[in-house]
Design a binder for this molecule. Structure first.
Ligand SMILES: Nc1ncnc2c1ncn2[C@@H]1O[C@H](COP(=O)(O)OP(=O)(O)OP(=O)(O)O)[C@@H](O)[C@H]1O
Ligand SMILES: [Mg+2]
Length: 108
């Protein structure tokens, strides 16, 4: 599930998204169309976590990307080093949690 809620994105003076929302469920496919410069790539970068919205909320699965700490986001983003996208980082965090739960069970 990917969701953007009331997202505003502004580059200096230029407003690119002004209260933009969308929701895509796991089985759904969404095509984003628009003229050059309308903000298609910006939407994808926001979902990947390589851009932060000026305001609004962005969710991937159960994670609110816009609430993850900036440092964590930067460490895990493709633009900052180890090549893991934020989506990958979210998956890793979830697996680590599942391992802790499993270990907890194994230890009684
Ligand atoms: N990092 C940035 N700094 C400043 N302005 C930006 C930045 N990224 C995008 N923009 C501006 O935001 C607007 C939307 O850009 P975006 O790349 O999202 O458009 P697009 O719909 O993907 O266009 P295209 O069809 O040409 O790929 C454009 O006016 C662009 O100049
Ligand atoms: Mg583009």
């Amino acid at each position: 599930m990917v969701e953007l809620r009331d997202v505003h994105m502004q580059f200096e003076e230029k407003k690119v998204l002004d209260g933009f929302s969308l929701k895509v469920e796991p089985q759904e496919r969404l095509i984003i169309m628009g003229q050059s410069g309308s903000g298609k790539s910006t939407i994808l970068r926001l979902i990947l976590g390589t851009l932060r919205p000026s305001s609004g909320s962005i969710f991937f699965k159960q994670f609110e990307i816009t609430r993850l700490r900036r440092r964590k986001l930067q460490q895990s983003s493709p633009a900052h080093g180890n090549g893991l996208s934020i989506l990958g980082a979210a998956e890793l965090a979830q697996r680590a949690r599942q391992r802790r739960v499993a270990a907890g069970r194994a230890n009684g």
